[in-house]
Design a protein around this ligand. Structure first.
Ligand code: AHR
Length: 551
């Protein structure tokens, strides 16, 4: 019997429960976590903790870029507060310039003296969410004030690696070659290297990560998988390397579209096999957007509200976000049918909850939405899933960094705050580069009423990783009402001490605003260590982190 099932069937609270291979529960314990320190399951790539930035609404302009002349503190035009906060969470990689924007973007428009750069119509001008801007007389134009140089500066200042999304729909492969040349050709070697030097960057940027098209099944060209695979061959078979270990990422499925991956991989790996060692990533986009509880598949009607929601919507979001685990398993298994050695890993470069419009902080923030403690739990359980699948997922990018969907920051003019999501990334940063450890979570399931029927969701889940003599354990308790008295046992090591941090709030709608920027923030979590076991009370509706020192 599965251990979760076992616990579900047992009246666990207050009972003594013996689980084979694990420690015995203390009588007052609700749940148990068993960490197997000598069973590492792959290294957690730091790049799982990446962020996504696109030229849409308020992400770049108002979010990242305020301009060098602004009174808002900035470095080379980039918000200083944002830089400082991103350094603090060790942001490993930033994806740019889109998103759908990428497939209508000409990188040549965004280099050279700022005053001479052309103004273009932004891709998002046609989106229904942008209609309000037209109504208000605010057209959507792209000034190109923020281009490759500014993005690279942003990466350098934050310590992140750049991950560039290449235009496959509306520019030829030669433009991709030239972008690589602009970024990576050695100082003094090419005309583009000279142009880069003239902008203040004599040394190459050394850009490794290149996404070849974005959502090529949709906004990126509406290709069939076979057509996309054929374009992918054409765009990637002869890229200048300049000594950089390029990593090429193909445009993978929407959600769990296994047909897309099957057919694209079949085209690439059977018959005339495409054997390019630089092809190492396959993207997945998964937004938890349908909160209708199965009542509709309509993209617009299925969306919930970022702030106006009930308990059932809380759990529905958890269920939707939790689907990412199955998506990873399904995609991995299809990829393995063709790429039998699994050279190509998954890159979940867009994910997060997506609500209907209405909670954006400024009308210009297309897809801007508020971020509550609910989203923090959803983000945490997603990151835990990536950690547990460390051998399959090599990179991810949260959509998006600021003023958009699952943001870590909300900014408008001089105002700047962190959302609850920021604290999740701060708490989880110590997983970066750690050895993922096999960990069992045994807890009674949450029960709640879903359209008149009892529904269940897991009671505790998370991930654990080890670096030297420290184990980081992160745990989500999704239960809105019930704290979880939990015993933690380490197998294969002795605990000396443990320190805890918790992000929780008794109001499920809690969020930060410009007026109340600290409504949601982390606190320390009491942890007791005795006889080699750790005991913790995980509060209701919480994200938790324990740093456990080993002897
Ligand atoms: O993140 C917003 C948009 O969602 C991106 O531009 C696109 O790739 C996806 O559909």
């Amino acid at each position: 019997m599965d251990r979760r099932q076992f616990l579900k069937n047992s009246a666990i609270a207050g009972a003594m429960v013996a689980i084979p291979g694990a420690s015995t529960f203390a009588s007052s314990t609700d749940a148990q976590i068993d960490i197997f320190v000598d069973e590492p399951q792959g290294v957690i790539s730091p790049n799982i903790y990446g962020q996504f930035t696109e030229h849409i609404g308020g992400v770049i302009y108002d979010g990242v870029w305020v301009g060098p002349e602004s009174k808002i503190p900035n470095q080379y035009g980039i918000r200083t507060e944002l830089i400082d906060k991103l350094r603090r969470i060790h942001v490993p990689v930033i994806r740019w310039p889109g998103g759908c924007f990428a497939d209508s973007y000409d990188w040549m428009d965004g280099i050279g003296p700022a005053a001479k750069r052309p103004t273009r119509t932004n891709f998002w001008e046609v989106d229904p969410d942008a209609a309000r801007l037209h109504e208000q007389g605010k057209q959507i134009f792209e000034t190109n004030a923020f281009g490759t140089n500014e993005f690279m500066r942003f990466c350098q200042l934050t310590g992140a690696q750049p991950y560039l999304a290449v235009n496959l729909r509306s520019l030829p492969p030669l433009s991709f070659d030239r972008w690589v040349e602009y970024c990576n050709s050695p100082a003094g070697s090419t005309t583009l290297a000279d142009m880069r030097a003239a902008a203040g960057f004599p040394q190459p940027f050394g850009a490794r990560y290149w996404g070849v098209g974005n959502e090529s099944w949709g906004c990126g060209g509406n290709f069939t998988p076979e057509e996309y695979a054929s374009e992918f061959r054409r765009y990637t078979s002869w890229i200048p390397h300049y000594g950089v270990d390029l990593q090429l990422i193909g445009s993978g499925p929407n959600n769990d579209d296994v047909d897309w991956t099957h057919r694209a991989f079949q085209e690439l790996f059977t018959g005339h096999v495409y054997d390019n060692p630089s092809f190492t990533g396959w993207s997945v986009h998964y937004y938890a957007s349908n909160l209708s509880r199965g009542k509709t598949t309509d993209w617009i009607k299925g969306k919930g509200d970022a702030l106006a929601f009930e308990a059932v919507d809380w759990y529905e979001l958890m269920r939707q976000c939790n689907r990412i685990d199955q998506i990873i398993q399904d995609q991995w298994s299809v990829m393995g049918e063709y790429d039998t050695k699994h050279r190509i890993k998954l890159v979940v470069d867009e994910y997060g909850p997506w609500y209907r419009e209405g909670t954006e902080l400024d009308p210009t923030h297309i897809f801007g939405q508020q971020v509550t403690i609910r989203d923090a739990l959803a983000t945490a359980l997603t990151l835990d899933t990536f950690n547990r699948n460390a051998e399959k997922v090599c990179m991810a990018a949260n959509a998006q960094l600021v003023n958009n969907l699952n943001a870590l920051f909300l900014a408008h003019q001089e105002h700047f705050i962190v959302t609850p999501n920021y604290f999740v990334f701060e708490m989880y940063a110590s997983h970066q580069g750690g050895q993922n450890l096999r960990t069992l979570f045994s807890a009674p399931e949450v029960s709640y009423v879903r359209d008149g029927n009892q529904a269940q969701f897991w009671g505790l889940n998370g991930s654990a990783s080890r670096k030297d003599k420290v184990v980081t354990l992160t745990v989500v308790n999704p239960d809105l009402a019930r704290p979880m008295e939990t015993q933690i046992a380490l197998h294969g090591a002795t605990i000396t001490r443990a320190a805890g941090t918790v992000l929780a709030n008794s109001d499920m709608h809690a969020h930060n605003t410009f007026d109340q920027p600290n409504a949601v923030k982390p606190a320390s979590l009491p942890v007791s260590v005795s006889g080699g076991l750790t005991a913790v009370r995980f509060p209701a509706a919480s994200v938790n982190k324990l740093e456990i020192s080993l002897a």
